[in-house]
Design a protein around this ligand. Structure first.
Ligand SMILES: Nc1ncnc2c1ncn2[C@@H]1O[C@H](COP(=O)(O)OP(=O)(O)OP(=O)(O)O)[C@@H](O)[C@H]1O
Length: 303
């Protein structure tokens, strides 16, 4: 079953088109990362899935129905980018209060543990640090025991340890079969955690697949080194898909056949310094997908 279904969905705000013709099906139990540059339409898509706004065109279905229905919204959990919790409430009071809004909530103490908030359970919400506030927002998103969890930029403002604890909690929730969709600008986190990555830009879907599939789209490997080769020579190397050369002679090449490329460089006897070969990352794929399209003549040294 699809937990979330957007069919030819559009959303405009006056003259601004936030989403256009978006088609997206998220299967139940899937952990999906929604990626895109600022203004791509990610938050707008989530607000439609949460039933907070109506699409201008097309259809939005969550758990098989219109998410603006109260009975559907009760089965969803939301962690917005910014959440307003009454500052005078303690963390435990806020979680207890939110639990009352739902028919079959998780236990308050279990929720505090899941969100790694036990140590600050008695602290006033208004006195929390930025990262603790994000963890409280996460606790409030999950306390209702949601079937579908929609999370907007969860780890922004969290330190390294909080991030680890957060991803651990997400893994625990996922293991119980929940559908989780999250946006993030931390691509290495998406790469590690998500079953599926959806890339949006300018309100449209650009790519959709497993992190491995998207990485493969970016080209298999990056080969970097410093040498005296000029751009035309770099481009003539076997299997080069793109080449960038800076003023200091640092070359950055993309290729699916790094062995052949290095073999040719060694055969030519080219003197290489600072040689690095790495797998193309999801970030490479993301950047190549979302890079503004320029006419060929304006692309400078990038092949
Ligand atoms: N209520 C609104 N009124 C007018 N324009 C809006 C409104 N909400 C969003 N937009 C516009 O719609 C576009 C998409 O915004 P959205 O917040 O969905 O992007 P995003 O991908 O979540 O960006 P970010 O990564 O910066 O959070 C932007 O151009 C934004 O300015």
């Amino acid at each position: 079953m699809n937990a979330i279904e957007l069919t030819d969905t559009g959303k405009t705000f006056g003259r601004v088109t936030a989403l256009q013709g978006l088609n997206l099906s998220i299967r139940a139990g899937e952990l999906t990362a929604l990626l895109g540059p600022n203004g791509a339409g990610k938050t707008t898509a989530i607000s439609l899935m949460l039933g907070l706004a109506a699409p201008t065109s097309g259809l939005v279905r969550v758990l098989g129905a219109d998410p603006r229905r109260g009975d559907v919204r009760a089965r969803l959990g939301s962690m917005p980018q910014e959440s307003a919790v009454p500052p005078a409430l303690s963390v435990r009071e806020a979680v207890t209060l939110f639990a009352r809004f739902y028919p079959a909530p998780l236990g308050v103490e279990d929720t505090l543990r899941l969100a790694d908030l036990q140590a600050v359970a008695n602290r006033r919400a208004g006195a929390l640090s930025g990262g603790q506030k994000r963890r409280l927002a996460f606790a409030l998103a999950v306390v209702g025991n949601p079937e579908v969890l929609l999370i907007d930029e969860p780890t922004t403002g969290m330190d390294a340890q909080s991030r680890l604890a957060f991803w651990d909690a997400v893994a625990q929730l996922r293991a119980t079969g929940r559908t989780i969709l999250l946006t993030t600008h931390y691509l290495e986190e998406a790469e590690r955690a998500a079953d599926r990555v959806v890339v949006m830009n300018a309100g449209r879907l650009l790519a959709d697949g497993t992190p491995e599939a998207l990485r493969a789209q970016a080209g298999g490997a990056r080969v970097r080194f410093t040498s005296s080769l000029v751009l035309a020579e770099l481009r003539r190397l076997p299997g080069v898909e793109s080449a960038v050369l800076d003023d200091h002679g640092h070359a950055d090449l993309r290729t699916r056949t790094p062995e052949a490329l290095l073999g040719e460089l060694f055969r030519q006897g080219t003197e290489l310094r600072e040689l690095e070969v790495s797998r193309a990352s999801l970030e490479d794929a993301f950047l190549s997908l979302t890079r503004p399209q320029e006419p060929l003549s304006a692309q400078g040294v990038s092949a």
